[in-house]
Design a protein around this ligand. Sequence first.
Ligand code: NAD
Length: 505
Amino acid sequence: MSTTIDRQALLTRLGVADDVAASDNPGALAVRSPVDGAPIGSVAVQTPADVKDAIGRAEAAFHAWRSVPAPKRGELVRRFGDALRAHKDDLGALVSLECGKILQEGLGEVQEMIDICDFAVGLSRQLYGLTIASEREGHRMMETWHPLGPVGVISAFNFPVAVWAWNFTIAAVCGDPVIWKPSEKTPITALACQRLWESVAGDYEHAPEHLSQVAVGPADVGEALVRDPRVPLISATGSCRMGRSVAPVVAARLGRCLLELGGNNGMIVAPSADLELAVRAILFSAVGTTGQRCTSLRRLFVHEDVYDTLLPRLKSAYRGVRIGSPLADDTLVGPLIDGDSHARMEAALAQARAEGGDVHGGARVLEQEHPEAFYVEPAIVEMPGQSAIVLEETFAPILYAMRYRDLDAVIALHNAAEQGLSSCIFTTDLREAERFLSPSGSDCGIANVNIGPSGAEIGGAFGGEKATGGGREAGSDSWKAYMRRATNTVNYSNALPLAQGIKFD
Ligand code: NAD
């Protein structure tokens, strides 16, 4: 694949050429590609008043969609999955172009959308409730799951399409319309998903209009969704800072929040670890997506017996990593999203040095070719301990490496991060592995053995504890967040016995 791409042809094939004006219209949102810093175009921005109207349309869609049988809702998602398969290459390329992740990861993100469609289709026939033994004669108890209402989805730049698909496909089979506020850094991929969805839904007789709507704009567009009591569920993905401003507003109106916030993910490499496996896992999870995954590996705890063997191997693997255009076949590390992100990386490295860190890598590269784009060498920083900067999530490829001696102590250090998203241990010792997964082990929503912290499958529930927000998305029983549960008791006897044996004659 060449490193250049016919941007206009790509936008046309994805049906968004008209949405993306070639010049910067006044008031529109200008979108630049992190690949070279050049403008892709500009898109129209919604206002909070527009969001109010969108919510009204979503409510109307909800009233129709909630009565469509769930397997018929699933059929629409099945068709959407087929459309994604047909457009996988183009949408994957647009993801690379707009958010800068390498093409393989762009394609992987679209594959994740396809996978969640398949999952949601199966789920549409499995929205099971329990039957419950009643304590009263002639009574039956059961749980029924009903559609909830319009869902507001707020997403981050680094997974510009998959996170929406995790939410949207599950919400759709559960009977809920979605209004999507994508990151202001990646609105074009959102519009491409919307156009693709419209092309499928428009041909489906059971689908009302406005099951999916996109509201492009800055934080105030998201805030309009967050404030509105007609939106019973806000699913918000982004920084802890964003979560801290969204959660109290939703709580004040007693709405429901599904928060997928920042991570500061750790790996423990024990003395018995397969170091070859560990090096490969560290490389992918610390360097992949240029360190811009919520699940990126940021804190590496290596047992003192293997530290001096592992670190040289790791540094040599880092030196072999190819940095460059994410559209080129052999690139492993693309650009950071923008200059602000680069400035934060530099500040973090400076602070790490001040806190006693020994920094390897981290320099800006390709500046001559791309003065407006921000390519960096991934950095390994050997730290004397878990200082303040190590406990911060810097959204860049910085890996802090530390020695440890004792398992209890390292688990405590591992759990000292305020976030609790993803974690792992590399060991071939069964006791250590089980300990890490036990109640006194990792306190994260994701805990792995001999697998890095990033690259989760959609079949499991995805999310984290503590400052990561506690939400769960994608597989397992995450669907329950998108429905309301009714407990039903039916009396088919001629008497009216009260629960707890109460007499009220
Ligand atoms: P961000 O918090 O800057 O923005 C995320 C989204 O929230 C954007 O759409 C933004 O416009 C919106 N937003 C910001 N403030 C808001 C407010 N007050 N009300 C409503 N909406 C608001 O995050 P980012 O820089 O785009 O993404 C990086 C962060 O996201 C990292 O912290 C990363 O760990 C996290 N993230 C988490 C997950 C997860 O699943 N846990 C996944 C991806 C990214």
